[in-house]
Write a protein that binds this ligand. Structure first.
Ligand code: SAH
Length: 367
């Protein structure tokens, strides 16, 4: 008898990341522990260790029977992120972490400490399929979606370093998470939503962060923005616009050929109306490409009177790129014109530039 068709055609299995506590809702955790032959209350014990104390090694959990350690690690606490490299800048207040995942994929996160807050920039995919020509991650294409636990694990790792006083400035907590690392979060929609819930559910179900402290940044996948509007989450939506006109945006953000500037902005205003959250418009200023005064005026016209904030990002040129950041006088004029339209605008700092940890530089090339 010949082998079943499924076996003959089975590709070498790359598989999914192993299941982890942080992939599961509290109910699913109890079910998983019971299925492992553990009492249901074990789920809450483990959650308290992981989400409340950032401990993931059962050997450090003194309330667990030693005989259960291996079973628990294998069942719900596999090691998902292996630290390959950590690079610090800005006097140790910016830390870039390079992680290797179970299948060898590499992703990066960046922790940035400011007076009064700590922001972690996390990856939602290994690579990215959106192909924006100015972005380092976009050049390499998409490897795969991350799991919720792989996303949450980046924040837990940063939280642990902070709690243990390993970050300059003393012990602290992660107050903000921005989905501005590698990947397009709304292309990994369900998983990103579940990660947001893990980040914001109260301890011990989750990390207990404020929903308002979370920013989801997108190239503008309109159906997904609409879906996000219905989630009832108070997260900040950031839209990577980069051009106010379709002709240029088709080139800078290729998905614009599918969803145009007007559609993306309409979806953003609907989000703002429903959530009463100010939408953030991301705009990388690229010399002589999108930084002309007339484009500032056009952008100002599109955004005037809306619940919006513009984040101008001086372009971080990627290796081999023909593009570079705007001249200071053009940047200043761009700001001035937006302000003249009454649009709130700030120029983002370029933290972590020298460790390739700044916006758009995360490429995980240096395994
Ligand atoms: N895919 C999502 C989130 C990841 S990128 C998105 O596009 O929004 C986070 C932000 O960094 C986006 O606004 C992105 O356009 C911007 N960015 C990418 N490459 C950059 C570069 N080289 N210089 C400045 N900003 C960049």
């Amino acid at each position: 008898m010949s082998a079943p068709v499924e076996l003959v055609f089975a590709a070498p299995r790359r598989g999914k990341p192993p299941r982890h506590l942080a992939d599961l809702t509290p109910t699913e955790r109890r079910e998983a522990l019971v299925a492992l032959g553990e009492p249901a209350y074990r789920a809450r014990q483990l959650s308290t260790h992981y989400f409340g104390r950032y401990v993931e090694d059962p050997a450090e959990m003194t309330d667990l029977p030693a005989a259960a350690h291996d079973r628990i690690v294998e069942g719900v606490l596999p090691r998902l992120l292996t630290q390959v490299r950590t690079l610090a800048a800005d006097g140790g207040t910016t830390v870039k972490m390079l992680w290797r995942l179970f299948d060898g994929a590499l992703v990066e996160s960046v922790l940035m400490r400011y007076p009064g807050r700590v922001t972690m920039c996390v990856s939602s995919q290994a690579g990215c399929g959106m192909a924006c020509p100015f972005c380092a991650t976009g050049q390499a294409g998409l490897t795969r979606n991350l799991s919720a636990a792989e996303i949450v694990g980046q924040v837990v790792a940063g939280s642990r370093m902070l709690a243990r006083g390993e970050i300059a400035g003393g012990p602290g907590r992660v107050s903000n998470v921005v989905f501005m690392g590698m990947g397009e979060p709304l292309a990994n929609y369900k998983t990103v939503i579940s990660a947001v819930r893990r980040l914001t559910d109260p301890v011990p179900d989750g990390l207990g962060m404020s929903q308002r402290g979370v920013t989801v940044s997108t190239v503008g996948l309109v159906p997904r923005i609409k879906q996000l509007t219905e989630e009832g989450l108070a997260v900040t939506l950031a839209v990577s616009l980069h051009a106010p006109d379709d002709e240029l945006r088709d080139e800078l953000v290729p998905v614009n050929t599918r969803w145009k500037v007007a559609e993306v902005l309409d979806a953003a205003w609907e989000y703002a109306d429903r959530t009463r959250r100010r939408v953030s418009i991301e705009y990388a200023l690229i010399r002589d490409i999108n930084d002309q005064a007339w484009r500032a005026d056009l952008l100002g016209t599109l955004l005037a009177g809306r619940l919006v904030h513009v984040n101008l990002i001086p372009l971080n040129p990627t290796p081999g790129s023909k593009w570079t950041a705007s001249r200071p006088e053009d940047e200043a004029e761009f700001v001035r014109r937006l302000e003249a339209h009454g649009v709130p605008v700030t120029v983002r700092d370029t933290r972590g530039r020298e460790i390739d940890g700044a916006c758009g530089q995360l490429a995980a090339k240096d395994s």
